[in-house]
Ligand binder design. Structure first.
Ligand code: 5GP
Ligand code: ZN
Length: 113
């Protein structure tokens, strides 16, 4: 399958991997938008948030749980951070393998920025 993130999982493309377990991989974003910007992905290929099925619910929880653990590990959990999942073109999705952006180390504003 011609999927960038599946290739990172299979080590066909290098990435700066910061966490891995049986279900999840996390690596630094190549174009960071914050001092810490990590992408957390399921090892199972799921193209978009619209493709999540009931059987995948635990996996989605693992992405969120991994984000919180990495935030604690890096020491910005208490001050706060942002997690984002983009869906499809208008949502800003560019890689069609679902991923959670974990961004920390600066202040974020809402709704923009
Ligand atoms: P999206 O726009 O789909 O929500 O996020 C895709 C993210 O993947 C972007 O933040 C982009 O910088 C990152 N990205 C794209 N290609 C690569 C790559 O080859 N390696 C890494 N580490 N990140 C990538
Ligand atoms: Zn994939």
């Amino acid at each position: 399958m011609d999927c960038l993130f599946c290739k990172i999982i299979k080590r066909e493309i290098p990435a700066d991997i910061v966490y891995e377990d049986e279900h999840v991989l996390a690596f630094n974003d190549i174009n960071p938008q914050a001092p810490t910007h990590i992408l957390i992905i399921p090892k199972q290929h799921i193209a978009t948030l619209n493709d999540i099925e009931e059987a995948d619910l635990a996996l989605i929880g693992r992405l969120q749980y991994t984000a919180a653990r990495l935030a604690k590990e890096r020491g910005f959990a208490e001050e706060g951070y942002r997690v984002v999942m983009n869906c499809n073109d208008q949502g800003g999705q560019t890689v069609y393998h679902i991923h959670m952006h974990l961004m920390g180390g600066r202040r974020f504003t809402w709704p923009a920025g």
